[in-house]
Design a protein around this ligand. Structure first.
Ligand SMILES: NC(=O)c1ccc[n+]([C@@H]2O[C@H](COP(=O)([O-])OP(=O)(O)OC[C@H]3O[C@@H](n4cnc5c(N)ncnc54)[C@H](O)[C@@H]3O)[C@@H](O)[C@H]2O)c1
Length: 328
């Protein structure tokens, strides 16, 4: 069976991919420094603690495990934090990724799947956003994703790597098992924060901007269920192993939901009310970010199973409930 090294595989999205890889008869090997990941997300798998910036260790792991492809989720992910600590982001998401690339080349591992982001587009000129839309990242985080994609293009031209970059929109929801879910610390994503407002009467959710040019005045985003993301990784991997070619795909629902619609969905799903206040717009927040994912649908045969916002929220609520039962 084919062995896949999943760097950052103990995190939110990586762990969902690890579980699906195993169900699809691949052997996932998790490589994670546990800076934000969780051991119990992947307790039944082969887990190696390490940092992608450790050339010696990554080389040893790649060579001793006969790895066919690396899937890289290892990165820092908070846009706001990247503005305040750019070097920390360039170091972890770019410099260390280069080190891992060197180790891969030396170990003759030439297939790579990369967690990119809608942040490479910045404020879009058109919506829905296609892969050919202008790339104009506005935060250090978005730039780290853009730089790696550029390097992957060069490695393709030099015929050293074939890769797939997957530009996720807003990952959301959780596996029905309740074993893993969104556990970022600090959390910056809307759905878990709205749930926090449901669970903690002291916490108020702030809507940043209610005067955008959208139907209800609040920002619209494209929420894609984490298991749909995971399936896209499997399809991209199978395709890459069959036909080695460097590709880029958007991964989104193509459906936008406003901040107010997400809050209403959480109220419907949980049957509970929560405290909401309206605040000023945040700098750099575009009004609407919605993907065109037709390329992934056509070329990979990807068909998201959970486009409905209530279903996405219900799965996230199930995870939150399991967390509470476990006493987190
Ligand atoms: N969550 C989203 O909505 C979203 C959207 C677009 C793109 N992405 C990208 O998807 C990937 C995964 O995001 P996530 O939400 O699962 O984040 P996460 O923080 O839950 O997972 C990241 C994992 O990488 C590990 N890690 C970080 N730096 C490492 C290093 N130097 N060496 C080894 N392991 C390291 C962490 O311990 C963690 O387990 C990231 O690359 C992120 O930029 C996420």
């Amino acid at each position: 069976m084919t062995k896949i090294l999943v760097t950052g595989g103990a995190g939110y999205i990586g762990s969902h991919v690890v579980h699906l890889l195993a169900r699809r008869n691949f052997i996932p090997i998790v490589y994670d420094n546990f800076s934000t990941g969780f051991r119990d997300f992947v307790e039944e798998f082969d887990v190696i603690e390490g940092d992608i910036g450790d050339y010696q260790h990554v080389s040893e792991v790649l060579k001793s495990h006969d790895i066919a492809c690396v899937m890289n989720f290892a990165s820092y992910i908070a846009v706001g934090e990247s503005v305040n600590k750019p070097l920390m982001y360039y170091d972890n998401n770019v410099a260390k990724t280069f080190t891992m690339f060197r180790a891969m080349l030396d170990a003759d591992v030439k297939r790579f799947i990369f967690s990119s982001s809608a942040a490479v587009y910045g404020t879009p000129e058109e919506v829905p956003i296609s892969e050919d839309s202008r790339l104009h990242p506005e935060s250090p985080y978005g730039k780290t994703k853009y730089f790696i994609e550029e390097v992957l293009r060069d490695l393709d031209i030099s015929d050293q790597f074939k890769s797939v970059s997957l530009r996720y929109f807003n990952a959301a929801g959780a596996d029905p098992s309740g074993q893993m879910g969104e556990g970022h610390v600090p959390e910056t994503h809307l759905i878990p924060l709205v749930m926090r407002a449901v669970l903690d009467p002291e916490y108020t959710i702030t809507i940043f901007g209610t005067d955008y040019d959208t139907e209800d005045g609040t920002c619209v985003r494209d929420y894609i269920h984490v298991n749909d993301l995971a399936m896209a990784h499997i399809l991209a991997l199978e395709n890459l192993m069959k036909t080695p070619a460097t590709r880029v795909y958007n991964l989104g629902n193509g459906l936008g939901f406003s901040v107010k619609e997400v809050i209403d969905s959480v109220k419907r799903v949980t049957g509970k009310d929560l405290s909401v206040k309206e605040g000023e717009r945040r700098p750099g927040d575009p009004a609407v970010l919605v993907a065109s994912a037709s390329r992934a649908r056509e070329e990979l045969g990807w068909d998201p199973e959970y486009p409905d916002i209530d279903e996405i929220v219900r799965s996230a609520w199930n995870w939150e409930s399991q967390q509470r039962r476990r006493g987190y």
